[in-house]
Design a protein. Structure first.
Lengths: 240, 240
């Protein structure tokens, strides 16, 4: 098995994706929100790149069945129901509903990797289940941290590093790593006993603290809260 | 002082470079060759992106004053005088001569960062002098690892991490780091007592070993062999 991770979120060449399991990670906070909203009963999630697309998509369904969620630069979007904080996505708000989500980094990342064979939403909350799915797939793995406004993101890379660490410890076939995937694993090993420290070091983590979302850092650093594996297919994320 | 490092070698936006000291790193082996050739008395070095440009440039000077050096995918270039192994660049071959150099990754990197205020060639061989120059410049620093055929390079990033480590320990003003520069420093700290181990882990290092250049890994891992600071200005590298 070959595992690669791309450190900057420019759209990868399609030949890096075809026949691979692709894992999208936006720890603070889109993929953590996606996983959490599914645990609360959201029926499906439609990740979209722009606010305009989100409003247009919402009009296609009866209003009572749809939740509009997301942020731009960590601020609420006028006219939306929810922001991008996992704790807003309670069962009361999302159970049985279609969640239309647009965020600065994470939701566009799913579209950037659409040529992938199987596209998963990964986070610390479901990292063990994601590792298990990668092991069962018998495919090479491509990890796509969605980054921080086009830049390298520490927290996304640590989650990628944890996935690499879990897979290499359990895979019985030989695992080949790239310079980037070795490095992500080493960074994870440095912070594995204190993910919250890393989140507070990161630029994006810092900004969330300054905007009053410090609780989200602790929430998103929790490991294996759920066995859910969200799969992105034909524009929609559903539980596998 | 702000220090950033870019993990993939796509040309950076000019606004990331202007007013900054930019340090280009291609440890295996272009910037190590540049530094070494200068210690052996090369008068100046002209880094060019293509083999065609190198032949054209060479014709502009009397043949006896010029050395053509470089590689493509770690193989010799037909018609060139030297390859890309530091040990070939002896005083006997290069003293007083103009070295025209073209390599797969490193030489094009200088042109990718040409909007930088001051552009330096960094390597482990001269890392202390590069750190000193950055400290004296009173400017922000942008580190540009030239990568491995467009991909993240472990050895270049470790050298960037060592530069960050040296600067943060000596700078008296506050130093701000990005997620990427924190990560490069952590990776350097992991391997600082055994750079050779890291070079053997890296894809490019492995390929050099397989092609019979293992000695180059040990040579390029030596720290502070020289106080030379090569500066790239108007297409030419000269000692500061």
């Amino acid at each position: 098995m070959h595992i690669d991770i791309q450190f900057l979120p420019s759209p990868p060449h399609a030949n890096l994706l075809s026949d691979r399991v692709v894992v999208v990670m936006d720890i603070l906070r889109a993929t953590s929100v996606i996983v959490h909203a599914m645990t609360q009963g959201a029926s499906e999630i439609i990740p979209l790149a722009t606010v305009e697309e989100a409003f247009r998509m919402a009009k296609a369904f009866p209003r009572a069945f749809v939740i509009l969620g997301g942020e731009r630069k960590n601020k609420e979007i006028p006219g939306f129901d929810l922001g991008n904080s996992p704790k807003e996505y309670t069962a009361e708000r999302v159970k049985g509903k279609k969640l239309i989500l647009t965020t600065t980094n994470g939701t566009r990342a799913f579209h950037a990797v659409s040529p992938g064979k199987e596209i998963l939403a990964g986070s610390f909350l479901n990292i063990g289940a994601i590792a298990q799915r990668c092991l069962e797939s018998n495919r090479d793995v491509f990890i796509f941290p969605s980054g921080d406004e086009g830049n390298f993101s520490l927290e996304d890379t640590l989650c990628g590093g944890m996935l690499i660490d879990l897979i290499t410890k359990k895979e019985t076939r030989q695992v080949s790593l790239t310079d980037a995937s070795y490095s992500a694993q080493i960074l994870y090993q440095r912070f594995k006993d204190n993910l919250s420290e890393a989140f507070h070091l990161s630029r994006h983590g810092n900004e969330l603290v300054n905007r009053g979302f410090e609780d989200d850092l602790a929430y998103c650093a929790q490991i294996d809260m759920t066995p859910l594996v969200p799969v992105f297919r034909e524009g929609v994320i559903r539980a596998k």
